[in-house]
Design a protein around this ligand. Structure first.
Ligand SMILES: [Zn+2]
Length: 588
């Protein structure tokens, strides 16, 4: 997901003021704390299957919690003894508990889901037009009509949307419909006029304006070209943004999810998180990455901003909110054929897209300097890199920075890391071993949700290399799982399933065009959404496994993910979610 670059520097000055005004919020992120004697649990979970994801992947029957922390894991008999008069007993009735699931890459915001047109389910171009027509009827002329989630591979017509599809139903309103990847979208003619996009408009740097055979803009704008339109759209109000975050937290909890890494935010979003934490509204832990922009100057501004913050694993709210580091973009999208690759992109899984090999999002030499600057400041950096060429450049940049200054433990990440070359894989293995850095933050659900688009653009040969989890296991590479919501649906159960079965949503180029050689078993998939993801959030001392001394972030499921057929993993149903021992979701 790509977001507009925004105005980091302007936001900075504003936020410094506000942050200094924010009182040191009382620590509100606490579990139950009854005054029980030292060995007594305040909560015990009995008669279950506790998948601990500890180093032996042990499974226990029961677990005891005190003051939000796990004090013991063991048999029903052992844990039963830790109960006292005030202990709350949760009978699992044989159900399975896992650590709360963690999303290592999620644009943590459902504002668009609340207020814009949801295009995730649409199957025909005419349905899009109908939804736009309905929305227009509720708005005044001139007001923006926004939608999110379309994907050409889910449309019967198997083509991009065009201005012409929308103009008839929105003659007096500007329309902007974002593609599910967030790397492109379509504007109607009214919006193109506002943005002054004509046949004569040149592509901006790192952007593409699509044209038809006559040279007219089709309405599709990619990467920075989107900014021509997007910069004209009034941002959601603060109230709407608050609602968007709170909905996301509640929806995460319904899916047994308790933590997220939110990439590429601006200072105003960080400030909003601080406010919500101060109001005791947090039910999901957030590790935020600030947007580092595209220049050395913007990277410097982000570094300066983070220098005033606690560095992870230090946190606000005792493990609730972390000023994690900085996000950079090396390239674009695999769906939009803008990611930086060695061999040309394809269309329909076979036709070369001329000589298009995508492009870097940041001047490569500048990127390398930005990494050195951020790493040199002792700050974690995670870089969006989809194409093999981009990934090579990113891992080589990490090596160079680490050789220059061998600070271990900054855990620099490779976001998406779709088709790493053999060189990149070996380099990640080395970086992890030598420096505790070089971790893929991968999206198994890409294989599913946008898998048909990917099968068309990557093609049959490259597709086999997509998200090579099995190779990672063989090379002792740890990765962190994530949804990249809103690019794919956020429930982590989809990622668990996709890591194992590698099936696309609609099977346009075959059900499993990426093969199954790179599948992993559910045990490995679960690690990528628990303990390995916790490590990517610098929180592995607190969460990611169910062991004495850790925080009681726990999800209880209707089925045992270790026992059911792989196909059923995506239908796992969460029954209960605890965050630090406190119930944040309970199925009715
Ligand atoms: Zn993203």
């Amino acid at each position: 997901m790509r977001k507009g670059l925004g105005t980091l520097v302007r936001g900075l000055a504003k936020v410094i003021l506000v942050v200094s005004a924010i009182l040191l919020a009382t620590v509100v992120f606490r579990g139950n704390s009854e005054d029980a004697p030292a060995q007594t649990a305040d909560t015990i979970l009995l008669h279950g299957k506790i998948i601990t994801v500890d180093s032996h992947d042990s499974v226990a029957q029961a677990l005891a919690i005190r003051d939000g922390k796990i004090i013991a894991v063991g048999s029903d008999a052992e844990i039963g003894k830790l109960g006292g008069g005030n202990t709350r007993t949760i009978d699992l009735h044989g159900r399975t508990a896992t650590p709360g699931l963690i999303d290592a890459h999620c644009h943590f915001d459902e504002t668009a889901a609340l207020y814009d047109i949801d295009l995730n389910g649409v199957k025909r171009v005419a349905e899009v037009a109908e939804l736009v027509r309905e929305k227009v009827a509720q708005q005044k002329p001139g007001q923006w009509i926004l939608g999110v989630g379309w994907d050409e591979s889910k449309l019967a017509e198997l083509r991009y949307l065009r201005s012409a599809d929308l103009d008839g139903v929105s003659p007096q309103n500007p329309v902007w419909l974002t593609h599910t990847t967030g790397h492109y979208g379509v504007a109607n003619s009214y919006a193109l006029r506002l943005a002054k996009v004509t046949a004569a408009t040149k592509d901006p740097p790192v952007g593409t304006i699509d044209h038809d055979a006559k040279g007219e803009p089709t309405g599709v704008l990619k990467e920075t070209a989107m900014d021509l339109v997007v910069n004209l759209i009034p941002p959601p109000t603060k109230e709407q943004q608050r609602n968007g975050i709170l909905k996301m937290m509640a929806d995460f909890n319904k899916e047994g999810m308790t933590a997220a890494k939110d990439p590429g935010i601006e200072p105003d979003r960080w400030q909003l998180y601080r406010e919500l934490l101060g109001e005791n509204k947090f039910t999901v832990r957030i590790f935020a990455l600030m947007n580092g922009g595209r220049t050395l100057e913007s990277a410097r501004a982000a570094v300066a901003y983070l220098q005033q913050e606690k560095k992870p694993p230090q946190s606000y709210g005792d493990g609730a909110l972390l000023a994690g580091g900085i996000k950079l973009y090396m390239d674009g999208s695999g769906g939009g054929r803008t990611a930086w690759v060695y061999d040309p992109w394809l269309t329909e899984a076979k036709k070369p897209d001329a000589s298009n090999t995508g492009y870097p999002n940041i001047e490569p030499a500048v990127y390398r300097q930005m990494v050195k600057l951020i790493h040199g400041a002792g700050i974690h950096v995670s870089t969006h890199a989809v194409g093999d060429r981009a990934i090579d450049w990113v891992v080589d940049s990490y090596v160079e920075a680490l050789k220059g200054k061998p600070t271990k433990g900054l855990r620099h990440g490779i976001i998406h890391c779709n088709i790493p070359s053999d060189h990149a894989i070996d380099t990640m293995a080395l970086l992890q071993k030598e420096y505790d850095a070089g971790y893929p933050e991968a999206q198994a659900p890409f294989l599913w949700w946008i898998g048909d688009t990917y099968a068309g653009t990557f093609g049959p040969k490259r597709g086999l290399r997509l998200e090579p989890f099995h190779t990672y296991v063989e090379k002792h590479i740890e990765w962190a799982g994530g949804s990249d919501f809103p690019v794919t649906p956020y429930p982590a159960r989809y990622g668990l399933w996709a890591s194992v079965v590698r099936k696309t949503a609609n099977g346009i180029y075959g059900t499993q065009p990426f093969g199954t050689a790179e599948s992993v078993d559910i045990q490995m998939a679960l690690k990528s959404y628990t303990i390995w993801a916790a490590h990517a959030l610098f929180l592995e001392e607190r969460i990611g496994s169910l062991e004495a001394g850790k925080d009681a972030d726990i999800a209880v499921w209707d089925q045992d993910p270790y026992a059911i057929p792989a196909e059923q993993l995506k239908d796992l149903n969460c029954k209960l979610t605890l965050l630090r021992g406190r119930v944040v979701f309970e199925a009715k």
